[in-house]
Design a binder for this molecule. Structure first.
Ligand code: CU
Length: 124
């Protein structure tokens, strides 16, 4: 019986919290970013997929940034890291140190050295 109640509670929980999933363009690159689990305050693992003209892209590097602007009584918060991978699939993490709305930027250094950015945001 306890097990059934727990299962019901867990499935209700997943109705409200959903993994982060966003996609769009960084110049001519199609970017998809999703979290492995529901977002929480702390270090969240994310997977980024990159394609150009429908094919997996292997750029020079992929950088991730989480940013929260300055708020009353609180300085801005920012954290950057590199995502690692190959053949269009890159894994990294985003550290959200508090609840609220965070701006997420994926910066791709393309094979020609150009910096291409995809910006999105998350609320938690
Ligand atoms: Cu803040």
């Amino acid at each position: 019986m306890k097990k059934i109640i727990l299962t019901v509670l867990l499935s209700i929980g997943t109705l409200f919290a959903a993994p982060f999933n966003s996609s769009g363009k960084a110049s001519d690159i199609t970017v998809k970013i999703q979290s492995d689990k529901d977002l929480f305050v702390g270090q969240n693992n994310v997977t980024i997929s990159l394609t150009k003209e429908g094919k997996p892209l292997t750029p020079k590097s992929v950088e991730l940034k989480a940013f929260m602007p300055e708020m009353p009584g609180m300085p801005e918060m920012s954290e950057e890291g590199e995502a690692k991978g190959k053949n269009g699939i890159y894994k990294g993490s985003l550290n959200f140190s508090m609840n609220g709305t965070w701006q997420v930027t994926v910066t791709i250094i393309d094979t020609d050295g150009k910096r291409k950015r995809f910006k999105t945001s998350v609320s938690l």
